[in-house]
Ligand binder design. Structure first.
Ligand SMILES: C[S@@+](CC[C@H](N)C(=O)[O-])C[C@H]1O[C@@H](n2cnc3c(N)ncnc32)[C@H](O)[C@@H]1O
Ligand code: SF4
Length: 449
């Protein structure tokens, strides 16, 4: 087929902030989790930009404190013993101030809010009365339209006060970091949870009537097929609404990484981790859990997490707190990541933006493809209406290749990941993204056979 070259709106083709890794010669793998599109390293240094828009909002609040640093974790957090109660109170005050600054500066005041997400770190280390202050400020600045309200919790922080606090806040989705229900595996991570404590916390959360999600992490030190099966089976037996299966991502700031470099630690191999993911998906399916994204499986396919899906679909989402990010009015933006710098900026009345990127039309097209496929399905007609491009024609070769590999299928006007495609996570999205770059650049090199 003659390669298609499209012209993008504007004088010159807008720069592609980044295209995915070249796909010629790559075989399906589970590497390369795509966090945001375009990737944050391409967002430019900027103090502020105009984000005025009328669309409904999603709000994310980052709480960068934890009980301990888990040995596998790469998140930028501060452990409680290294920060005082007063400092955390200061952080909460800064979050409230930031909400007000942003609402006024970007004329977001009164805007409808569809979802609220408290993530971290571990939001449940903040006392309920402090959390209530944040919620009151949100209510004063925005119009809450019966929003989904998601709250991340480490199970051992869930006491009676927190249970009451969550109910008063209006939390309707609780997301537990479990990682593993096997006590031996958990002990090796540096966490203090146990199967018994985790199970009790989940049962209490279920009694509140909230949707309950548990995170499991495939690829931990000491994980065996037996311990992994125990974790999946326990989640199912507890009757949680949703199970998220993360693949271990290794970054240089995690304790794991330095131990691996020193030859002191070896983790389950890629093949073992792949086998865990496959077994998990099959078992969850057999027990009535269907993929709502390629890593979250929900009972009967109900209970999708709207906040994350809206983020990937590019709906307006503002991130508050150190390092928080989102996209509003076609601009991706992120706050400064150092807690001290964040506090100092907000306390002096400035919006703590670190970097911004105005998305080009090519970025939007790429984002809706690469991030859209994380939800496992792209409606081809809707994509054409949005971008004027028939993906199934423009990427016919790439789609045919992935179909032969058993990773995607086109049915009823929808491009969807098969179960095998789900196991390989972002691979199909990155592969098709590389194809879209070929369309943008008019690259005629043949695809891998
Ligand atoms: C920010 S944590 C929130 C939950 C809470 N802090 C806890 O751990 O209980 C969200 C999830 O990120 C996942 N995570 C942490 N480190 C990871 C890594 N190295 N690779 C993949 N996922 C990771 C864990 O499954 C964790 O539950
Ligand atoms: S996994 Fe959760 S509790 Fe552990 S360090 Fe990371 S964010 Fe904190």
């Amino acid at each position: 087929m003659e390669p298609l070259k499209i012209s993008l709106v504007g004088d010159a083709p807008p720069p592609l902030a980044e295209a995915p890794a070249d796909y010629r010669g790559e075989t399906p793998n589970r590497n390369g989790f795509v966090v945001a599109w375009p990737p944050q390293r391409y967002w430019k240094s900027a103090s502020e930009t105009d984000l005025t828009s009328e669309k409904p909002l999603h709000l994310y609040f980052h709480i960068p404190y934890c009980l301990q640093r888990c040995r596998y974790c790469f998140y930028k957090i501060e452990i409680l013993s290294d920060s005082s109660h007063a400092q955390r109170e200061r952080y909460v005050s800064a979050l409230c101030r930031e909400i007000e600054l942003v609402a006024d500066a970007h004329r977001l005041r009164g805007r409808a809010v569809r979802s609220i997400y408290f993530g971290g770190g571990t939001p449940s280390v903040i006392p309920p009365e402090q959390l209530a202050r944040i919620k009151r400020t949100i209510e004063q600045c925005f119009r809450l339209e019966d929003p989904e309200f998601v709250f991340e919790i480490e199970p051992i922080t869930l006491n009676n006060r927190m249970i009451d606090g969550l109910t008063n806040l209006g939390v309707n989705r609780i997301s537990f970091g479990i990682q593993s229900f096997d006590d031996r595996v958990v002990a090796l991570t540096g966490r203090h949870d146990t199967d018994e404590k985790n199970s009790r916390a989940i049962e209490r959360a279920l009694q509140t009537g909230a949707v309950v999600n548990v995170d499991l992490l495939a690829g931990l030190e000491g994980e065996t097929m037996d311990s992994w099966q125990h974790s999946i089976n326990r989640a199912i037996a507890l009757g949680v609404h949703a199970v998220t299966v993360y693949k271990m991502e290794l970054y240089s700031n995690a304790h794991y990484m330095s131990e691996i470099r020193q030859g002191k630690l070896s983790l389950p191999s890629e093949d073992e981790e792949l086998a865990f993911a496959r077994w998990g998906l099959d078992r969850l399916r057999d027990n009535g859990y269907a993929p709502s994204t390629y890593f979250t499986f929900t009972r009967e396919g109900k209970y999708p997490q709207h906040h994350i899906i809206s983020r990937w679909r590019g709906e307006d989402l503002y991130g508050f707190g150190a390092s928080a990010f989102g996209t509003v009015a076609g601009h991706a933006r992120q706050n400064v990541s150092e807690i001290d710098v964040y506090l100092e900026r907000v306390e002096s009345g400035r919006i703590p933006t670190q970097r911004v990127l105005e998305l080009s039309s090519a970025d939007h097209m790429m984002r809706d493809l690469v991030m859209g496929l994380k939800t496992t399905v792209i409606d081809l007609d809707e994509y054409r209406r949005r971008h004027g491009l028939r993906l199934d024609h423009a990427l016919a070769d790439e789609i045919a290749h992935l179909s032969r590999e058993g990773l995607v299928a086109v049915e009823d006007g929808r491009l969807r990941l098969t179960d095998e495609g789900i196991v390989y996570g972002d691979y199909s999205g990155r592969y098709l993204g590389a194809g879209l770059r070929r369309v943008f650049t008019g690259d005629t090199k043949p695809l891998r056979a």
